[in-house]
Design a protein around this ligand. Structure first.
Ligand SMILES: [Zn+2]
Length: 394
């Protein structure tokens, strides 16, 4: 072994393994388990991997000459991996630059903190607009779907009790459940039943997960970039992006409608759960009917009205490029089937969001005043930068 290598000490290796909950930080496979060599034997198949290489030279990835030897062999420069993932990380510095590995380590530490109570396949469950819990479907039975809720990411058990208690008086469109793991969402047909089960909760509910959709195949319209007529995937993407990046409360003709992605980004882009939360929001927009437009009829269509099923959502890098967040999505589209594509969504910073909302509120208030005075309505001019592309149902 090269004596110039800044290897980790045994205590640091043990600390990395322990802090990772003895699971690979990338694929979550357990890195410790029984060995058949003796009844007391166990084996460790994890590796304390260097974020920036332990030594320079050929094949060294991410070597950083500005670090001292102590920093290079310090715990901050380590990440716990299984052999397979270590091999991949060790050969691909482009896909795994130091910042990415540090983000993976931070997210995995949060995962390991919850590890005792949460299974790896846990999904997020949104129950109405103010509750998001982590958990999974435990049974499908005649009386409904039974969920096991392990923890709350937004809201609390008290909020869930209040949701059930006030069920009849709430707006029908806010009485929904979204299961991000299954990519399904629907309106509840009656108040769910909710009970405590030891340290967690169980909820049984009945719903209608089949909102109507429209076929994507014949969709065509004007490109917001070039003004040309476009159709097919190019127009689909524009339609999806328009719906997903329109924040709640910024459409003067429908203040109740819109997406939460900008706020999710602002508050939770650093969290382990960010990608899950983004998926949960996409599932909501693809399955819960949009509120009625101002002066319009209630619609049965969800805002993402061509998406039958959100199969997967990946955010490879949470850093914005030109104020846009890129994501890779896989949708099941009505009239087309499986479709994968890249979407880039404008993310509004807090101030920009406040301004957009103020504009929309101002227009709404002006229209209301003119209606009250019985004056003829001029067609409101969209404010600067307003996205006039419209993916919403009439
Ligand atoms: Zn792994």
């Amino acid at each position: 072994m090269n004596s110039n290598r800044d290897d980790f000490s045994e205590p640091i290796k043990r600390a990395l393994a322990g802090r990772a909950g003895h699971r690979c930080s990338i694929c979550k496979t357990p890195t410790i388990g029984p060995s058949d060599e003796s009844p007391a034997s166990f084996m460790n198949v994890g590796i304390a991997s260097h974020i920036t290489a332990a030594a320079p030279g050929q094949g060294a990835r991410r070597y950083d000459s500005s670090l001292t030897s102590e920093q290079r062999s310090g715990i901050d420069n380590g990440i716990w991996l299984c052999r397979g993932c270590d091999g991949i990380v060790d050969r691909d510095a482009v896909r795994f630059p130091p910042e990415t590995l540090k983000r993976i380590r931070r997210d995995h530490t949060e995962f390991a903190r919850l590890g005792a109570r949460v299974e790896a396949e846990v999904g997020l469950i949104a129950i109405g607009p103010s509750i998001i819990a982590g958990g999974q479907v435990s049974r499908f039975k005649a009386s409904g779907i039974v969920l096991h809720l392990a923890f709350f990411l937004k809201g609390s058990a008290e909020d869930l009790f209040a949701f059930v208690r006030r069920f009849d008086t709430q707006s029908p469109l806010s009485r929904y459940v979204v299961l991000s793991e299954l990519g399904l969402g629907g309106l509840l047909t009656e108040a769910p039943e909710f009970s405590r089960e030891g340290a967690s909760w169980s909820m049984t509910f009945q719903w209608q997960p089949d909102a109507p959709r429209r076929a994507v195949s014949k969709l065509a319209g004007i490109s917001s970039r070039t003004g040309r007529m476009i159709s097919g995937e190019e127009y689909w993407k524009q339609t999806f992006e328009a719906v997903l990046q329109q924040p709640l409360g910024t459409r003067f003709d429908n203040m109740e409608s819109g997406s939460h992605l900008s706020e999710l980004y602002e508050t939770l882009s650093g969290s382990t759960w960010f990608e899950h939360l983004v998926k949960c929001e996409l599932v909501r927009l693809a399955s819960i009917p949009a509120p009625a437009r101002r002066g319009g009829q209630a619609s049965e269509y969800p805002p993402l009205l061509y998406v039958r099923h959100v199969l997967s959502v990946r955010v490879p890098d949470v850093a914005l490029a030109d104020e846009r967040l890129r994501m890779e999505v896989e949708f099941d589209l009505e009239g087309h089937g499986r479709w994968t594509g890249d979407l880039t969504l404008h993310i509004y910073k807090r101030d920009a969001l406040r301004k957009e909302r103020a504009k929309a509120a101002w227009i709404t208030e002006s229209i209301r005043r003119m209606e009250k005075e019985g004056r003829a309505l001029p067609t409101p001019t969209p404010p600067d930068g307003w996205d006039v592309v419209d993916g919403y149902p009439d």
